[in-house]
Design a binder for this molecule. Sequence first.
Ligand code: ATP
Ligand code: MG
Length: 429
Amino acid sequence: VTPFDPNVPVPLFILTIGDELLSGERVDLNGPWLARTLEPLGFVVREMLTVGDEEGPLMDALSRALLLGGLVVTSGGLGPTSDDRTRDVVARLLGRPLQVDPDIVAQLEQRYRARGLPGTPEPALKMAGVPLGAETLPNPRGVAPGLAIAEGNRRCVLLPGVPVEFKAIVESAMIPRLDAWFPHRAPGPVSALVHTTGIAESVLSGQLEPALAEGGGLAGASWAYRPSLRGVELRFSAVGGEAPAVLQELLRRAEPVLAPYRIEAGSGDLAEWVLRLCGDRNWRIALAESCTGGMVAARLTAVPGSSRAFLGGVVAYDNRVKQDLLEVPATLLNQHGAVSGPVVEAMAQGVARRFGAEVALSVSGVAGPGGGTEAKPVGEVWFALSSPLGGVSWRQRFPGERDEVRERATQHALHRMAQALAGSSPISG
Ligand code: ATP
Ligand code: MG
């Protein structure tokens, strides 16, 4: 048996079992949770695999798991029914015959009687079967205990699939044993999340990769890009003895590239940043939204404590609302159309006046799928922002279908607001 390298985390193999996971009827709640939970404790997930309840695939997967993993954790198939095969397959694979554990028999008896049954139903007795030499891990939330089997320096842990039971056994019985099972293991990776917005993933990586390479490779360093409609989230990580210093160095190298796009809020939410920027100066925000239909307002009000800086908004969808409530002159609408600089400026001024707000933002655009023209295609959106720092209107084109255009326009509006109020982009221009 070769010992694990004490300088690296222990390889973890997670095997989730169940036809309902394969078919998509249930979403796996155990594997990702376990990965997140064990990573900081010095384990790195090598593979997370899902198989059905059939014996053959389960046997194959377990053999593979035992080759790759230092710690192998299975979820599911420990119960009393005929489709629960995990314990039998493991017993056969490892050549450890099942033995009836009298303590479990007694616990089962007690549990079923407590539920008002005359005794343990025959099929449930299966759960008292323990592979020779296995340690039982008590289940505080259910009947089937977990089982831990030592194979040289590896550990194979079998857990029930019901998520509350799975988590309860991991927390109360498995984690407390990890130091005894794997006494020499490197600490888990350290990592930092940076939320960016307003830059495409490919452009960002084009700038970031050379910056990160500057000064030579860093042992144990890694980083990953996670794009979404709201921006690109970056995760920087480092493992090994020098991990904290390596992480600091990564962040130092990345800083000049990331600074203009970084979202200055712990949650990574632009709305939080905008509210803080206004709240700090006692400025209040009013919105006039057309194509985003209140989505900017929804983002702001989703942040706890938003009432400190957010007054309210008008969903000015129909031109009559733009005229009646926001006092947009009919001549502007006729001359330039609702999606235009002069109209968004009038909308922002109108809502600022009506609400008595220091900061006003307006949005009007063509979200699609209909309504586009050659001059104003689908995805074209106008914005105006006014604040004590000045006023500005601008036009932006967004790719994608209706939902995407609206989501991107909302994020863009919040981003430009934050930049303007933070002073990192000119307010008028
Ligand atoms: P039981 O003793 O309840 O039979 P078990 O170990 O046999 O436990 P399963 O029969 O595989 O577990 O699953 C029991 C229930 O838990 C099912 O409703 C199943 O859909 C759900 N379940 C199993 N695995 C997962 C998982 N990874 N994520 C979410 N739900 C799961
Ligand atoms: Mg079951």
